[in-house]
Design a protein around this ligand. Structure first.
Ligand code: PHB
Length: 394
């Protein structure tokens, strides 16, 4: 009798002991955040990680009784690494959500893993239109290049810019920007006289800019990924292209808030279109910028940070509202459902996750670089409300 009791108790204790870590694990909601923390796209990783940590600091790390764990991995912006890290995060760490994705090739390389494992993949940075079509598990909180490019092609001909040369990074987002800017400008009676493409990795802008100088368009339209804008600006000014009467215009990636202040007064007057400016004059944005700068030694948040911050909001809200039985962890499908259709105020303005496309619908602003209190900012002067990705209707 005694002996049996002991065995039963030992068994119960053993079961309890093995059940404990399992229970603890079951209660942890894991977000695998894959970002370029080193290499050419490192500023994107730094901005998004800082924003994700700020969101957690402001909103706590417990949601619907689950403990949130952020697992940050550096993919050095190499798509093979992104895919391998995603695989490990899904199989070994059993993450509930994959997030981040600094560049389009990284997001595209990982999309099949999201589909196979039924894991929501929240794209916080990459911005080629087609990414959301690569997997039904992709949800995007950044933007698309078609979305921001057409606004500038509407503005330009009304402002004396008829002949334009385009210069883009030669991969997904650049090709989207080139195509949608050109189509819309042509529709508006303008003309793209030449379309130039620079390599995505280690670009040398000099020979391309020389060519633009010789072509003498009214304006040069530029898309380069976040982090490369300062180099374009420097070489544009060094060649005296502004003095030769060529205007620099582009998507807001060029006058990136991460670099803008270091570009110098030569950047004054540059007009871009984009979905976020650190100077966006809403109360929520002022609070966001102040908190971000305070937590990051004065670093100014850029549009990448906002994509990360809002991505965390989408994930938190999905966990809060996903349909589950009892205390179970929501499935990937339940999380995905709860991400679709979210509508909320972001530091950039009101945004909406379109339930059909899983892409972000948002206001797009026209902005001009101006000096305020001794600092350079993208100051918004016009807005196009509730812009859906025009790439989706093609
Ligand atoms: C992209 O690779 O999709 C990408 C990267 C940086 C940007 C925009 C798009 O600023």
């Amino acid at each position: 009798m005694k002996r049996r009791n002991f065995t039963a108790a030992a068994l119960a204790a053993a079961t309890f002991a093995t059940a404990l870590p399992a229970l603890a694990q079951d209660n942890t909601f894991k977000i695998g955040l894959i970002l370029p923390m080193t290499g050419q796209q490192a500023s994107t990783g730094r901005q998004i990680e800082a924003a994700a940590r700020l969101y957690m600091a402001q909103n706590g790390d417990t949601v619907a009784g689950k403990k949130i764990q952020l697992i940050v991995k550096d993919d050095t912006s190499l798509p093979d690494a992104t895919r391998r890290l995603a695989q490990e995060l899904v199989v070994n760490d059993k993450v509930n959500v994959l997030a981040g994705f600094g560049i389009t090739p990284s997001a595209l390389a990982t999309a099949p893993i999201a589909t196979q494992s039924k894991t929501p993949l929240v794209v916080m940075a990459a911005a080629t239109s087609s990414i959301t079509q690569a997997s039904p598990y992709v949800v995007r909180t950044s933007f698309t290049l078609p979305q921001v490019s057409v606004a500038l092609a509407d503005w330009a001909p009304k402002n004396g810019i008829k002949k334009v040369v385009t210069l883009v990074s030669d991969y997904g987002p650049g090709l989207d920007a080139e195509k949608f800017f050109k189509e819309r400008l042509t529709f508006n009676g303008g003309l793209v006289t030449e379309s130039l493409r620079v390599p995505m990795r280690n670009p040398d802008f000099a020979p391309f800019l020389q060519k633009v100088r010789d072509l003498k368009p009214d304006a040069l339209f530029v898309f380069v990924p976040s982090g490369a804008g300062a180099a374009v600006m420097k070489q544009f000014l060094e060649r005296g292209m502004d003095k030769a009467g060529i205007k620099l215009i582009g998507t807001g990636d060029v006058t990136d808030d991460d670099q803008l202040n270091d570009m110098g007064d030569g950047a004054l007057g540059v007009v871009t279109s984009h979905h976020y400016s650190a100077a966006h004059p809403s109360a929520l944005n002022k609070k966001f910028v102040a908190a971000f700068e305070k937590a990051n030694k004065g670093l100014r948040p850029n549009f990448m940070a906002v994509g990360g911050y809002d991505g965390m909001r989408v994930i938190y809200e999905a966990l809060r509202t996903a349909k589950v039985t009892g205390k179970a962890m929501p499935s990937g499908d339940a999380l995905l459902d709860a991400m679709k259709g979210q509508i909320f105020e972001s530091p950039r303005g009101k945004i909406f996750i379109d339930a059909q496309t899983r892409d972000v619908v948002q206001d797009v602003y026209l902005r001009k670089v101006e000096k305020k209190d001794g600092q350079l900012f993208n100051v918004e002067f016009d807005v196009i409300k509730d812009v859906k990705d025009p790439g989706k209707t093609k």
